[in-house]
Design a protein around this ligand. Sequence first.
Ligand code: BTN
Length: 271
Amino acid sequence: MPSDLSEPLIDASLRGTFGRPFQLLDVTDSTNERALEWMGEGAPEGALVVAEQQTAGRGRRGRTWESRPGDALLFSLVLRPSGPAEVVELLTTTLGVACAEGIAEVSGLDAGLKWPNDVMAGEAKLAGILVESRVSGGSFGGAVAGIGINVRWPQGDEGRDFATPATSLAAEASSQPGVSVPGRAELLGAVVSSFEDLYTRLEDPETREDVRRRASDRSTILGREVTVRFGDGSVVEGRARELTASGALVLDAGGSSTILGVGEIERIRPS
Ligand code: BTN
């Protein structure tokens, strides 16, 4: 079967300035690691690393990110945000919106967002986002934005072993009328273009409010009772009320509200 991810296809799919220059790797440890290294060597903003396969794909909280060779879209973008701190604070939320909207554009799937950074098809995880920053000489040296989208794997049963069940575009296309599986280069072009459009306007408070609203509209947790787990193992339960201007979660719990900048939704109770 001809590959849906080649240098000519990627070149043809890129619509703006982001995504260039790019490297397409057959096998690498982690596209985030390669992009961080490239950033250190002076790669410009928007430079892109794409891989068919990762041997040490990284997920949040030190987890690994697994994918079957050729069946996922794995890429990282070099970012050099300047401007106000709010731009950096809203990066993950902006990537989530871009990823969900890019997926919707080329597959027809109405993708959701589970705070802070999971892209969902219903209650199952379709894609993950990992932003990693570098500080050099005490100042912010840039960031890489890594995205992994399950395109053809897992197909269903394999995903049920995870704490959050996983799905893929192929699995969704087989059960949802109107959903199709796009070529990975086409998907890449749509997500990168959607992100460039938002990110390059993030210094404008109106764009940030637009991102917050679009993330809220796609949220799978707002208005629902959730359990949030923190890095130290502690948990808090409450009703997810809204997202703040910086993408933090406002949780109503025990008669007061708490603003959460980090955490992981462990459980969502039926609404
Ligand atoms: C998560 O949900 O835990 C985040 C997963 C992020 C995975 C992507 S795959 C491409 C990029 N390279 C990595 O090593 N990780 C990100």
